[in-house]
Structures are given as C-alpha cells and as structure tokens.
Design a protein. Structure first.
Length: 223
C-alpha cells in the first residue's frame, strides 16, 4: 500500500537541510552560522533561515547569543560534566514530583517512547533513538507539574541531547541497555518511595554520564 505524500513547508525543508548538514559534519560543532550565506546556498530568503534557526535552537542544535550571532552547539568535557551535575539533581526532583501526578495513561505514554527507543537501538537509528529518549524525559518533566522546572531542564538538557547526536551519529554505544534502564525507571515510579526513586535516577544518570564523556571525547583524548 502506498503512503500519502506529506506536504513539507519551506521552513521545514530548511530545518531538515541544516540539521542533516550538522549531523553529517558538513557544518561542524562550534561553527558560526552566517544567515546570508546559508540563504544563498539553500536558495531561500534570510527571514526563512531565521525561522529555521529558531526551530533548530529549540531542538538544541544551535545556540543563539545576543550581539554575537548563532553557532552550532559545541560542548567541552567540562561543560558536559557541569550540565550533568545540575541535571542529576533537577531531574531527580522532577521524577519525584512526577510520581504524585502520573496516571496509567502517562505510564503507557512513557512505555510507547521506550518501545521507540528499543526499535531504534536495534536498527541503530540514532536520530530516532534520541527523539524517543528526549520525548521520554520531556514527559517526566511535564509530569512534575512545575513549568519553571520544565523550562530550566529544556534549556539545560536539550542542547546536551543534540550534541550527543552530533558526536555519536557514526558511533556505537549501549543504546539497548539505555532503553532497558528507562523501562526500569518507569516500573520503579509507582513502586519505590521518593527517596529510593531519586537515588535510583541519580545513579543511572551518573553511570551514563561517565560512559558518554568517554565516547564523546575519545578522539580528543587520543591526540
């Protein structure tokens, strides 16, 4: 059976083209984005490029700094460790608060994202894996019921996910194990008390952080 052709807006086409260039390494981490140059290369107007950059910033792939312009997200080992140190504490709070709000429907939504991660891990479809992973965490954040916590985690964690995808898109890691760990977390939310749940979450993130830092910066360490 043939699938319906989905209409794609010009903005979405620009977002996809720039994202593919970033993930393929054509535009590398830390590179400055010159709007007029990108517009010329893609045959699009500068306003359209700016719209696309807003979406890419929302996805974590670029960082916009007032009076300095836009660059592709780039993090150092120290940046990753600093982000994780704060992320561990904030997400532990989020999952504790989520425990009091989560319904059976919410648990099913989380398990749907885990199944996406498992399928993507098996086929090494890393963009799909990270999309499911981020959707999982965003659901946890939203279940905290605190919009300020959600906003803080969005700004803190989303660029981290994007940078992981940029750096690991051509490498293998324990993605199946990661999906399994997410499943264990979902199972623990209704059964563990708040203290046990926060500690379990902290330990899972701390362990994963050490593995990812080694993977992300392996090339730098061998130079």
């Amino acid at each position: 059976m043939l699938e319906l052709i989905q209409p794609i807006s010009k903005r979405d086409q620009v977002v996809r083209a720039m994202k593919e260039a970033i993930l393929s390494g054509t535009i590398h981490p830390g590179a400055s984005i010159v709007e007029s140059k990108i517009a010329q290369q893609l045959g699009a107007g500068v306003p359209l490029i700016r719209e696309a950059l807003i979406e890419l910033e929302h996805q974590g792939f670029v960082q916009r700094t007032p009076y300095k312009g836009t660059t592709v997200t780039k993090l150092s080992p120290a940046d990753v460790r600093h982000i994780f140190a704060l992320r561990v504490e904030l997400e532990a709070i989020a999952i504790e608060w989520a425990k009091t709000h989560a319904t059976d429907a919410d648990f099913e939504t989380l398990r749907v994202e885990i199944r996406k991660m498992e399928e993507a891990a098996q086929s090494l479809d890393l963009p799909q894996f990270y999309e499911g992973d981020l959707s999982f965490h965003r659901k946890i954040w939203s279940l905290s019921g605190n919009p300020y916590l959600v906003d803080t985690l969005e700004r803190l964690v989303v660029p981290l996910f994007a940078f992981f995808l940029m750096k690991t898109s051509r490498q293998q890691a324990s993605y199946v194990d990661s999906a399994c760990m997410h499943a264990k977390i979902v199972d623990a939310i209704p059964t563990m008390n708040s203290i046990e749940l926060r500690e379990m979450f902290r330990e899972s993130l701390a362990s994963w952080k050490d593995d990812m830092v080694k993977l992300l910066f392996a090339e730098e360490e061998t130079r």
